[in-house]
Design a protein around this ligand. Structure first.
Ligand SMILES: [Zn+2]
Length: 250
């Protein structure tokens, strides 16, 4: 997060912009520029994910996420995956070209499903070890090659919690540039409520009633448990279940 007193110096120092708006040094590629800024000592560096999860979202969160994902992609694609030679930025940072074999490389987005399994009047929430203490959320996982979104939802629900799922209903999607994903939200109709948790993926999982979901969403849970904030699609999956119950499949 840039300090106000540094603003004019920042503008002089970082005088070139990509059309995407990501500010980089004229003389350097995005990688050393970003590293240099991090270690310059002129700025307080706060990760965008932390800002977002604290509800301190910038005015244009989509653009900020876009820049973060692009800079991460540049950092990780300095060499050609086809021949191993260096690549250079092209098309204002929206492509990298190989100097040796001519291959073009484009920014990627990794699809990830996030699903709320529903069994009767309860939904399934879980905890990953990296979650903040007390936070419970919907299950999630990456889509594998050759897999439909529905298949990914059913596989992840079965793998992580041992729950076979029937109907899958699409809900909404959300860019998740941490580092470069898109979250595809869905409801999954659980065919059983007997949990068998994959302890590598999940610290815990349990069925939660609508009443308890309300407490999680409003921060009034007696055990100080809570759901993800409104910024996260998981919040809206849980909220919609509270409002519509099994009607989410209609
Ligand atoms: Zn190459």
């Amino acid at each position: 997060m840039k300090q106000p007193a540094q603003a004019s110096r920042w503008r002089r120092r970082c005088s070139a912009k990509t059309p995407a708006g990501a500010v980089i040094s004229r003389r350097q590629s995005p990688l050393p520029a970003s590293k240099k800024l991090k270690h310059a000592g002129d700025f307080i560096i706060v990760d965008l994910r932390s800002i977002a999860l604290q509800g301190l979202c910038p005015r244009r969160p989509i653009r900020a996420g876009n820049r973060k994902a692009l800079l991460f992609w540049h950092e990780r694609h300095r060499f050609c995956s086809n021949c191993g030679k260096p690549t250079t930025s092209a098309q204002a940072g929206w492509r990298r070209d190989c100097v040796a074999c001519g291959a073009n490389h484009f920014p990627r987005t990794d699809p990830c499903v996030i699903m709320l399994a529903i069994h009767g009047e309860q939904c399934l929430l879980g905890r990953q070890t990296r979650f903040p203490p007390g936070m419970w959320s919907a299950l999630a996982g990456f889509v594998e090659p050759g897999e439909s979104l529905e298949e990914a939802v059913r596989r992840e629900t079965l793998e992580e919690a041992g729950i076979p799922a029937g109907r899958v209903a699409y809900f909404a999607s959300q860019p998740w540039p941490f580092p470069m994903s898109i979250m595809i939200g869905a409801f999954a109709e659980a065919k059983s409520d007997k949990l068998k948790i994959d302890e590598v993926e999940l610290e815990a999982a349990r069925w939660v009633t609508k009443d308890e979901c309300r407490l999680l969403l409003t921060g009034k849970h007696p055990a100080r448990f809570f759901a993800p904030p409104p910024l996260a699609i998981a919040h809206h999956l849980i909220k919609t279940f509270v409002e519509r119950g099994a009607g989410v499949f209609d």
